[in-house]
Design a protein around this ligand. Structure first.
Ligand code: 3HC
Length: 704
């Protein structure tokens, strides 16, 4: 079997897994492992080592096999064979031992790892919990508290920390195979016997009363709406009262219920969508990329500063340019302050802060951008200012430099057209705060060269962003879809919902923030300016009327202490404002809108279905490559609940016929309001797929 190799080296039988790219536990790997373990019971070896080829130890179950019938042997059978081995079995870990991969290591009798390795149980990130003994073995080896932290949050830990926790026995520096063989020989010399985790007792020492409930409460907030972390807590708690086998049964039961849930299906969809989004359909994967060793950023405001931090964090030198010296100094100070906050949170140390600051050089002179490999413009959102910046860059920058605009809305082609090198111009749309938000929309202009796009997609990974390719249109993918979402939120107010009802409904549904609280956070002046600059909107007196009113009253949102809500000056806590609720009533009457009681179900459909409808248009026009790309944009850039998989995945789960029919009902509900017909016109792709009984995912697959 090519996935598994077995050979004897001295006293040690070496089982090598080779299933690129991440040695996932496919059917072939499971069969091969079991065969090798069974075979080795009767050969001359005295101990066995499980080690992997390639970049990592086993990184988990093969997620692509989920949802299909399990082919024997199951992972449970394989781990049982390992644990029951009469000869000690040693896991030799490099890269990441994750999920079922780490569970395989935990079923071994001893574990050694390279000092650079990581181990973890990230199943909750896929809407799952460890399904093959992780919840039962970690508490036995490392205690309840470590198990709760590792399993309910899902972040991997370093080999060193795993050793401290008792999850790893021996840390190796240098050559893993050599170190693991020496360690195994040592165990043979010591006549070490198989040490089975299943036989260990869970200790209740140091467990304060109420620990499990405090985790339940904490996770109900932190992982709002997600079921898997709560199931995981139940299974970990069960280790204190149940036998190992009883615990395994409970774990499997909960694992299967998660696996078959829409939540896990949505989160697994996002896992693959995130990785697929980085691939450009019509650009060869081996397209040569340009070297980006130095970056210029124009504009030292919040956005420019945040973007600069991304590059400094990745060890790439930045020239941060602002023609206003004071603004530049302020920008550099804000960057330093942000790093200091990271130090306070224990995420950075002083030396790293200084290293990163030393990579950022301030400048007030465009000539300092002559040699940089990439320039990102982050100036005021005004097409004429942006055009004049690009005209200057065209004069100054070296040939082959990539010229990027961070615009959120403007026409990248019009900006490129002021240069003599439109092939080198691209949009790199970061999201605020740019040093935190994971999303990067890469906007492909009509003339952008393939290697410029390939470079941008690769660069996104270097600076730890998730990239999605978008075509040129107003607002690209994310902001374009937001237009009708925002409109509907305000229509709901006129029709009788309070800001609190709209926002709390959406938050309970899973959004990180409701639309009105989001407006207050972004600043109502920003939305006002964007609307005023638009000439393409129908002349609807109700359109964002409440926002406009608030702006005219000087209520700009959080920054002015009041917007849709009032904000406490000290704590920034949000409070409902009865004056605003009264004002909305008066305005509704003036506009002839009859107020009524609106259900939560209607609020959700009125807000989410416009996203789906516009998403369908974006797909049809080729602005986004795939429905999954849109989902990634919303999950990583707009606080869409990951357990709903993004708007297009959610639509597929609801059923496109249901979405289409509801959109038609909204369109037709008030024949006297001509604007309903405009805003709720169903997208033709949605209509087509609804009639054909298909999903967006099926449509996308048929185009591969
Ligand atoms: N199953 C199937 N495919 C997987 C996979 C898995 N568990 N993990 C990664 N892949 C695929 C990716 O989709 C990607 O495919 P592509 O090249 O076609 O896009 C390829 O492997 C490489 O993955 P990455 O781009 O993510 O590579 P990185 O080097 O950046 O990261 C990694 C490697 C840290 C291992 C990362 O892939 C990862 O976190 N994988 C998922 C780990 C995980 O969640 N494991 C638990 C699975 S569930 C489970 O085990 C249940 C058990 O309890 C029974």
């Amino acid at each position: 079997m090519t996935e598994i190799n077995y050979e004897i080296d001295g006293n040690i039988g070496v089982i090598t897994v080779n299933n690129p790219p991440v040695n996932a536990l496919s059917h072939a790997v499971r069969s091969g492992l079991k065969e090798a373990i069974d075979y080795a019971q009767n050969d001359a070896s005295k101990a066995l080592v499980i080690i992997c080829e390639g970049r990592t130890f086993i990184a988990g179950a093969d997620i692509t096999e989920f949802g299909k019938p399990v082919q024997a042997p199951s992972l449970y059978d394989v781990l049982k064979a390992i644990e029951n081995s009469q000869k000690p079995v040693i896991a030799a870990i490099h890269g990441s031992a994750l999920g079922g991969g780490f569970e395989t290591a935990l079923a071994c009798h001893y574990r050694c790892a390279l000092d650079t390795a990581k181990v973890g149980l990230p199943e909750v990130k896929l809407g799952l919990l460890p399904g093959c003994s992780g919840t039962q073995r970690v508490p036995r080896l490392a205690g309840i508290k470590t198990a709760l932290d590792m399993i309910t949050i899902g972040n991997p830990i370093s080999a060193e920390n795993a050793k401290k926790a008792g999850l790893i026995d021996f840390v190796i520096t240098g050559d893993l195979k050599k170190g693991a063989l020496a360690y195994a020989e040592e165990l043979v010399d010591q006549q070490a016997i198989p040490r089975r985790v299943r036989d260990m007792k869970v200790t209740s020492d140091g467990i304060e009363p109420g620990l499990f409930d405090s985790y339940r409460k904490k996770l109900a907030k932190k992982a709002r709406g997600q079921l898997a972390p709560q199931h995981a807590i139940d299974c970990i708690e069960a280790t204190m009262a149940m036998t190992f086998d009883e615990g395994l049964k409970l774990e499997l039961d909960r694992f299967l219920s998660c696996l078959n849930s829409p939540q896990s299906s949505a989160m697994r969809h996002l896992f693959f969508a995130e990785r697929e989004a980085g691939k450009v359909r019509d650009i060869a994967r081996d397209t040569p990329i340009r070297d980006i060793k130095s970056v210029g950023i124009i504009g030292a405001g919040t956005m420019g500063g945040g973007i600069a931090m991304n590059f400094a964090n990745a060890g790439i030198g930045v020239t941060l340019l602002d023609l206003n010296g004071e603004a530049l100094d302020r920008g550099l100070q804000v960057i330093r302050k942000n790093y200091q906050i990271s130090i306070k949170r224990g995420k950075l140390n002083e030396t790293q802060l200084e290293e990163r600051m030393s990579l950022i050089t301030g400048s007030t002179n465009y000539d300092d951008l002559q040699k940089v490999d990439l320039v990102i413009e982050a100036v005021f959102e005004d097409i004429n200012i942006k055009k004049s910046v690009f005209a200057q860059l065209d004069q100054i920058c070296k040939p082959g430099a990539i010229l990027a605009t961070n615009t959120s809305y403007q026409d990248v082609d019009a900006i490129a057209a002021v240069t003599n090198r439109p092939q080198d111009v691209i949009g790199l749309h970061f999201f605020s705060p740019a040093n935190v938000m994971k999303l990067l929309e890469v906007v492909r202009g009509e003339k952008t060269a393939d290697d410029v796009i390939a470079t941008a997609m690769k660069l996104a990974r270097t600076i730890n962003k998730v990239s999605v390719l978008a075509g040129v249109c107003y607002g690209f993918i994310g902001n374009r879809m937001l237009t009708n979402y925002i409109r509907e939120a305000q229509m709901l107010l006129l029709e009788g919902a309070t800001p609190e009802l709209v926002d709390s409904t959406m938050q309970t549904w899973g959004m990180a923030m409701g639309p009105l609280a989001m407006g207050d956070l972004a600043g109502l002046d920003i939305g006002y300016a964007v609307r005023k600059a638009r000439t393409d909107l129908p002349d609807d007196p109700k359109y964002c009327r409440i926002s406009d009113l608030l702006y005219e009253m000087g209520r700009l949102g959080q920054k002015s202490g009041a917007g849709f809500y009032q904000y406490d000056a000290q704590t920034r806590a949000r409070n409902s404002d009865p004056d605003i609720e009264a004002l909305i009533k008066v305005e509704a009457e003036r506009l002839g809108v009859i107020q009524r009681t609106i259900s939560e179900e209607e609020i959700i459909a009125r807000l989410i279905y416009p996203l789906i409808n516009e998403g369908a248009r974006i797909l049809d026009e080729g602005i986004a490559q795939r429905p999954g790309d849109i989902d990634v944009v919303y999950a990583f850039g707009y606080g869409f609940p990951i357990f709903r998989g993004g708007p297009m995945c959610f639509a597929d789960q609801v059923g496109l016929k249901e979405v289409f029919d509801t959109i038609c009902q909204f369109r037709d509900r008030d024949p006297d309001d001509k604007f309903n017909g405009i805003y709720w016109e169903p997208a033709s792709l949605l209509e087509r797929l609804a009639n054909e009984g298909k999903t967006f995912a099926e449509w996308s697959k048929s185009r591969d």
